[in-house]
Design a protein around this ligand. Structure first.
Ligand SMILES: [Zn+2]
Length: 547
């Protein structure tokens, strides 16, 4: 007979409405036997009492419903972001406040390289904080003129490269005619590459392989460290290419005894016809394991708002920038929905602009009429600019929304002054409206776009504070209880996993976030500052200090 361990804690916040609090939780075979008092749990028979969490607060392990494991691999490249940021080993990297500072850090990395032809790769650049300065190939030629140099933007939708990189890709010429490849006054590309079409041919020359979206083996283990540090026990990889080698790697790494996270990769739609996509994902679904859950699809409809590549309805961008890019043709979107509904596969669709959200609603409605499924849980991912009418329609169609609550802090000021203007910036990521409209809600970081940290994301949805300290969208705030629901059961629901994870109750996986303080009683303003001791995942204990 297997051992039962009963953990005591200062408090256990279960997210189980019929028994919201407990002092003890019993675990057997990686699952929760029950939560309650020691006397109650002792009725199950022999047990080992473990008091190590006696001064901690346990919550259900957090579920991050929209992230990308590529962050784990990006940390092997040069961090070029505006904000200070902690790496998987806990080291804090200072944010860079000018293009010059970015060039200097990249040049230092280039100087330290021994291989004379190796590319210099940076990530998380965001010129919007630098008065939206354009980084040119001339800027990056200061890093190196012999080596290819490439810097990926924080949005993941734009890549800046130097002259050498353009030469290697055969693009250092006049007459290039592509909406994602702007030209300078001299007729040559400026080195800015917008959208996957433009980025893909150059990426491999600057250290961003065709498979940019997938973590490699070490990257996946690195990313899992970030999960432990943030209390996250289930993580999505929301645009995985899932080529055969990557799938084998994921199966191997997630099966390692000390791999601390459940991984839910969604197969990225690009590069396959809808029919081939459905066939491939159906095959992958059957190969799922307890810690690797395959069988879902990710579609991207448009780009990013701060990169001005999202598709907006009238009146468009506040600063007059031209409308953004479509990433999928309407017919392809429609066909994907029809076939996925028919095959019983779930689709999550990235929309940033409200025009992209509108396209999704218009294409899903007829697909559902043809293939009714009352519990499809197709999910709008980001859905940042949706208005109340769109949320009402999403609710009618049975859609979930996973809103990008971190955006208020990281780009709220820029949305207000530059991208969409005061009115629409105030309603962005309208968590209150979504819930009041009856749309099941999750909230996310989109790591690496912003740092993984469900408690920070909850803080963002509760407080809606921008980097400059303004509250943006008082009426769209949600309560701490609603935000904690969104980062546990709410996110699990969007993945059809809410019967298995997201609360601490009998029969569920023994997944806990181990916290230093109680988020349900602390000042909501310090929600993001609560210390995370580590996690318990499937009954296995992971201390952040041991990573
Ligand atoms: Zn994403």
């Amino acid at each position: 007979m297997s051992t039962t361990t009963i953990y005591s804690a200062k408090k256990i916040v279960t997210m189980n409405p019929s028994r919201p609090q407990a002092t003890h939780v019993a675990v057997r075979d990686g699952r929760i036997l029950g939560a309650g008092s020691l006397e109650e749990l002792a009725t199950w028979g022999d047990y080992v009492l473990d008091d190590r969490f006696g001064d901690k607060v346990l919550l259900p392990g957090f579920v991050e419903g929209h992230a990308h494991t590529m962050e784990g691999s990006l940390w092997s490249k040069v961090y070029c972001g505006w904000f200070d940021r902690a790496d998987p080993n806990g080291k804090l990297w200072a944010g860079l406040k000018s293009i010059d500072a970015v060039v200097t850090r990249l040049r230092a990395a280039a100087d330290a390289m021994t291989d004379p032809t190796a590319p210099v790769s940076g990530w998380q650049l965001d010129p919007i904080y630098m008065n939206n300065a354009k980084v040119t190939r001339a800027d990056l030629d200061h890093v190196s003129s012999d080596r290819p140099v490439g810097v990926l933007h924080a949005s993941g939708h734009i890549l800046n490269v130097n002259t050498k990189a353009l030469e290697l890709a055969g693009l250092m010429k006049t007459g290039v005619n592509h909406p994602g490849i702007p030209l300078g006054d001299d007729g040559y590309p400026t080195g800015e590459l917008k959208g996957p079409d433009a980025m893909t041919p150059v990426g491999p020359h600057v250290g961003f392989e065709r498979n940019l979206l997938d973590a490699d083996e070490d990257g996946l283990r690195n990313f899992a460290k970030l999960c432990v540090r943030t209390g996250t026990t289930t993580i999505t990889d929301l645009a995985s290419r899932m080529d055969p080698d990557t799938v084998e790697m994921m199966l191997t790494v997630t099966a390692e005894d000390d791999f601390p996270t459940r991984l839910v990769p969604l197969r990225y739609f690009m590069g396959l016809s809808p029919a081939d996509l459905i066939a491939e994902v159906t095959t992958l679904k059957a190969r799922s394991t307890e810690r690797l859950r395959m069988g879902r699809i990710k579609v991207v409809a448009d780009g990013s708002i701060q990169g001005f590549s999202a598709r907006l309805r009238w009146p468009g961008y506040h600063n007059g920038a031209p409308n953004g890019l479509w990433y999928i043709a309407p017919d392809q979107l429609s066909e994907t929905y029809h076939l996925a509904l028919q095959a019983g596969l779930q689709v999550h669709t990235h929309t940033n602009g409200d025009q992209a959200t509108q396209l999704v609603l218009e294409k899903l409605a007829p697909a559902l009429q043809k293939h009714p499924n009352p519990d499809h849980r197709f999910t709008l991912q980001h859905c940042q600019l949706a208005d109340a009418a769109q949320f009402r329609q999403a609710a009618k169609l049975g859609m979930c929304a996973n809103l990008f609550a971190n955006h208020h802090y990281y780009w709220g000021d820029e949305h207000y002054t530059l991208t969409v203007g005061p009115d629409r910036a105030t309603r962005m990521n309208a968590c209150r409206t979504a819930l009041d409209s009856g749309v099941p809600l999750a909230i996310h970081s989109d790591a690496p776009v912003t740092p993984l940290g469900p408690l920070f994301t909850a803080w963002g949805a509760v407080n809606r504070i921008t980097a400059s300290g303004r509250v943006q969208g008082e009426e769209e705030k949600i309560t701490v209880a609603e935000a904690l629901y969104a980062i546990t059961i709410g996110a699990a629901y969007t993945l059809h996993l809410d019967g298995e994870i997201g609360s601490i109750e009998t029969g569920k996986r023994a997944d806990f976030a181990v916290l230093d303080d109680d988020p349900t009683t602390c000042d909501p303003a310090v929600l993001k500052d609560i210390g995370v001791w580590g996690t318990v995942q499937g009954g296995r204990i992971f201390a952040a200090s041991d990573l």
